[in-house]
Design a binder for this molecule. Structure first.
Ligand code: ADP
Ligand code: MG
Length: 312
């Protein structure tokens, strides 16, 4: 199968609403909603770095798009289209079929059409760029947190990191527990509906890809504020809750790959109910820095850092 047969077979579909020209020409042509702002984000997944070579291709197709949609969610955007740049070591039809199945399932569930891309031979590498829209003045940014705002997080944290520790051989779980945390790692849910529902309500937002400490730290830095964070309040699965406390805290605070939203809102603000649990985990303060405390307000020593590709 040649390059163009591959594209036609796995990645080309009839044009979607709002897409004047999709896959098949030199550029895609999108029809903007009058007055809306474009939001654009790219995320690359490299084998051995962002995923294990053993991951099922269907889950990889899902995750490659999910991590990108999570960035749109964090900004409160409505998805409009995405491009897919793929480097493949060889044409493996069974692998491509699985990858495309996972990709299309999430694309269809999220209402985002595939509008173009690039396909080349090389070490397995997946780069997706997503395009979204939001009304002017309602984009959720990292920079809007204000002193006294409450800090909230969606869903549960730490399971993806716990799964990684199982793969590394440092933690053992029973089969049922492993299935739960492995699904969190390989099959994250981008919080698109929540992000859109938080327009005009959240003062700042970010998605947790590198770990809560670091990602919340980005909000604090961009907003010029500090925070107190209650580690005991952090939402966790029963699987994680049955692990030693030091491991729980490591997974919750520095785990990453959670793809939940952490956001700030005025104290007492009415938050939207989109079927995703929301947990209040702290408060924004004037004093710079992030102070981690327990349920009694006592300072927690952790010595943890978020993930950084180039940190030594
Ligand atoms: P060009 O050489 O003009 O850059 P290509 O030959 O690379 O175009 O691609 C042909 C068409 O197929 C273009 O519309 C491109 O966007 C699309 N395309 C290529 N690879 C992919 C892919 N992996 N997924 C979706 N569309 C793709
Ligand atoms: Mg061209």
């Amino acid at each position: 199968m040649g390059e163009f047969d591959l594209i036609r077979r796995f990645f080309q579909r009839p044009a979607a609403p709002g897409v004047e020209v999709g896959v098949g020409d030199d550029c895609a042509v999108l029809v903007p909603t009058p007055g809306a702002r474009w939001l654009v984000s790219s995320d690359m997944l490299v084998e051995g770095r962002h995923f294990l070579s053993t991951v099922a291709p269907e889950r990889l197709g899902h995750k490659a798009l999910a991590v990108n949609l999570s960035d749109l969610a964090a900004c409160g955007a409505t998805p409009r289209g995405f491009t897919l740049a793929l480097a493949l070591p060889r044409v493996d039809e069974a692998w491509l079929a699985g990858f495309a199945r996972g990709l299309w399932a999430l694309a269809d569930a999220s209402g985002i059409p595939l509008i173009g891309g690039d396909t080349t031979q090389g070490p397995l590498n997946i780069c997706i760029t997503v395009f979204g829209e939001a009304p002017p003045g309602q984009v959720l940014l990292r920079s809007g947190a204000r002193i006294g705002d409450e800090i909230w997080v969606s869903g549960r944290l730490g399971d993806a990191r716990l799964a990684l520790e199982v793969f590394r051989g440092t933690v053992a779980l029973d089969g049922a527990g492993f299935d739960i945390v492995r699904a969190a790692m390989e099959y994250p849910t981008p919080r698109l509906a929540l992000g859109q529902a938080l327009r005009g309500i959240a003062t700042a937002a970010i998605d947790i890809s590198d770990g809560l400490l670091g990602d919340l730290g980005h909000i604090l830095a961009a907003s010029g504020v500090g925070a107190q964070l209650d580690v005991d309040a952090l939402p966790r699965s029963s699987v994680l809750a049955s692990q030693p406390m030091a491991l729980q805290q490591e997974c919750l605070l520095a785990g990453g790959d959670d793809y939940e939203l952490v956001f700030t809102a005025l104290a007492g603000a009415v938050l939207p109910d989109v079927g995703v649990p929301l947990t209040r985990i702290g408060v924004i303060e004037a004093e710079p820095g992030l102070r981690v405390v327990d349920a009694h307000g006592l300072s927690v020593e952790h010595g943890l850092r978020s993930f950084d590709h180039f940190a030594s």
